[in-house]
Structure formats: structure tokens, C-alpha cells
Design a protein around this ligand. Structure first.
Ligand code: AMP
Ligand code: FE
Ligand code: FE
Ligand code: ZN
Length: 284
């Protein structure tokens, strides 16, 4: 069983359409794939309709949150949400708010660049990005305009969270996000909690605080995690009785990671499904 529980499509900042994503997942030999676009369920229906026979589809999302950093200051945190009811009113409203933040924030970054003389057209970037606009959309525009050679190069400098064009957005407080996902019948899993290259890190003591509110698991195996960080996260999950997942965080050609580059153990996946009460997995 090859299980990949974290992937992105063109519904957010991936480059495969939702239909293309499930076809690629089957072609890559996966048995289970989760579609987890940023702050949106917009890809669910197309992925479900295109699901090849034999591939199990998990409908999920990656939610933009804010937690407490190791330095005590707020830090951006991603929280995976699986198998929740998309019709839950409070959660649906929060997703909509997060998408509005994304659009407003990306426009602000693009406008700062344009005002600085960079060949970036904010309207064109926003039009190509769609409702779950993210920095990778701006990165591609910078590559196409010849400003930087690659998406990675754009993130290393112009789009960096320490960079001069970075604009914050108002993401969901982590504890509230965990509660909302549980209220919608979903299972929450902290995404790439030790992806050091992305900037400042979450204080892992906050993980313990989230358990009573319904946190479900930790993403331990992730391409951005070192071996020693995986050990720390695995031990923490065991101590707290949390599920352990592994996933690629595939973004199509926006990243060099392939589908199935990290995977989840079948027993952990079965427990995750068993704890959900929103929508079912789509199988057979
Ligand atoms: P945003 O959601 O707009 O803050 O942008 C963050 C997104 O950019 C995340 O989904 C990451 O997957 C992606 N990202 C971060 N660093 C890189 C990188 N070096 N190359 C490509 N994508 C990246
Ligand atoms: Fe992304
Ligand atoms: Fe993420
Ligand atoms: Zn992701």
C-alpha cells in the first residue's frame, strides 16, 4: 500500500488540474492519495469525478494558521484537515475569509514589486492565480518575466518571509482551527512542523496544548524534514497519542518533489479514516 496524504492541484498552488492529479497519482503507483489544496475544497468534485478505479481518494485541505513560534512571536503554521464536512457553516466561512486574505496579500506583494519597478502586473498575477492565490503564482510570474531563473530562486530572495516584499496575512489561530476541523467531523494533522528552510519554527510545546482540543496527528515524514527532526516529531506523536503521517506535499512542477516521495503507513491511515465523521473516502 502506497499512501500519500498531502498534494496540491491548480485549485491552489499546484500545477496539475485536480483530474490530472488523480491520474498522475494512479500512474505513480499510489493506492491512496489525498487532495489538500490551500484553504479550499474547490478541487474535490473534479478529482472525485476523474478518480481512476482502484485509487482511493481522500478529500482534504491544508489550512493557513498562526501559531506560537520558538521565539514567542506568531508564526505561520499549516494544518492538514481530512474528511471534514464541507457544508459546516463556521468552517466554510473561515475558508472563505482565508481565501480573501490570500488574494489581498498577494495583490499587496505584487503591487510592492511593481512600485519598485519589477515587471509584474498585479491584475494579471491575480487573474492567473484564482481564489486560493499563493506566492508560487507570483513566483511563476517572476520566472516568466525573466526576473529570476526559477521558482526556488524567487522564494530564496524576493518572496522570502524575511524579504522586503513580504506581506503578512491574517491566518486562523491554531487552536481555533483544530476545533473547527473537529466540529466539522474532520481529522487535523500538523503539516511539515519542522520545515526549517521556510523560516521560523513553531514551538512544539504548542502541539501538546492542542491535543485536548482535538489535534489528530503530526506529519512526520516530509521532504523538508531532516532525519533527526523526524525522530523528534515521531517521539512527540507517540507521547501525545497522535497519528503519524508521511506525505510528499506534491505541487506539480512548482516543486521538484514527486508523488509518493514520502508515504503514510496503512495502520495510521486506517485510524485516521476511523476518526473522521465528515465525508467518506472514495474507494474501489
Ligand atoms: P503562501 O501560501 O502564499 O504563503 O506561499 C507558501 C507556499 O509556497 C507553500 O505552499 C509552499 O509549498 C510554497 N513554497 C515555499 N517555498 C517554496 C519553494 N522554495 N519553491 C516552491 N514553492 C515553495
Ligand atoms: Fe503550497
Ligand atoms: Fe504547507
Ligand atoms: Zn502543502
Amino acid at each position: 500500500m502506497r499512501i500519500d496524504l498531502h498534494t496540491h492541484s491548480t485549485a491552489s498552488d499546484g500545477t496539475d488540474s485536480p483530474a490530472g492529479l488523480v491520474r498522475e497519482a494512479a500512474a505513480a503507483g499510489l493506492d491512496v492519495v489525498a487532495i489538500t489544496d490551500h484553504d479550499t475544497t474547490a478541487g474535490w468534485a473534479e478529482a472525485a469525478a476523474a478518480r481512476p478505479a482502484g485509487l482511493t481518494l481522500v478529500r482534504g485541505m491544508e489550512m493557513s494558521c498562526v501559531g506560537r513560534g520558538v521565539d514567542g512571536y506568531p508564526v505561520a503554521v499549516h494544518l492538514l484537515a481530512y474528511l471534514f464536512d464541507p457544508a459546516d457553516r463556521g468552517f466554510a466561512a473561515e475558508r472563505e475569509r482565508l481565501r480573501a486574505e490570500r488574494v489581498q496579500r498577494l495583490r499587496a506583494m505584487a503591487e510592492l514589486m511593481a512600485a519598485d519597478g519589477l515587471p509584474v502586473d498585479p491584475d494579471a498575477v491575480l487573474a492567473s492565480a484564482g481564489p486560493a492565490a499563493g506566492r508560487p503564482h507570483l513566483a511563476r510570474a517572476l520566472v516568466e518575466a525573466g526576473v529570476v531563473p526559477s521558482v526556488d530562486a524567487a522564494f530564496a530572495d524576493l518572496l522570502s518571509s524575511n524579504g522586503r516584499y513580504y506581506v503578512e496575512k491574517a491566518d486562523t489561530p491554531l487552536r481555533r482551527a483544530v476545533e473547527m476541523i473537529a466540529e466539522a467531523g474532520g481529522v487535523s494533522v500538523l503539516a511539515h512542523g519542522r520545515a526549517r528552510s521556510r523560516g521560523r519554527l513553531l514551538d512544539l510545546r504548542e502541539v501538546r496544548d492542542l491535543v485536548p482540543y482535538g489535534l489528530g496527528g503530526l506529519e512526520v515524514d516530509h521532504p523538508d524534514h531532516s532525519a533527526s527532526d523526524r525522530t523528534v516529531l515521531r517521539e512527540l506523536a507517540r507521547e501525545c497519542g497522535l497519528l503519524i503521517t508521511g506525505s510528499s506535499d506534491y505541487h506539480g512542477v512548482n516543486k521538484t518533489i514527486g508523488l509518493g516521495d514520502c508515504t503514510t503507513e496503512p495502520d495510521q491511515f486506517e485510524k485516521l479514516v476511523g476518526r473522521s465523521a465528515g465525508v467518506p473516502v472514495l474507494a474501489s
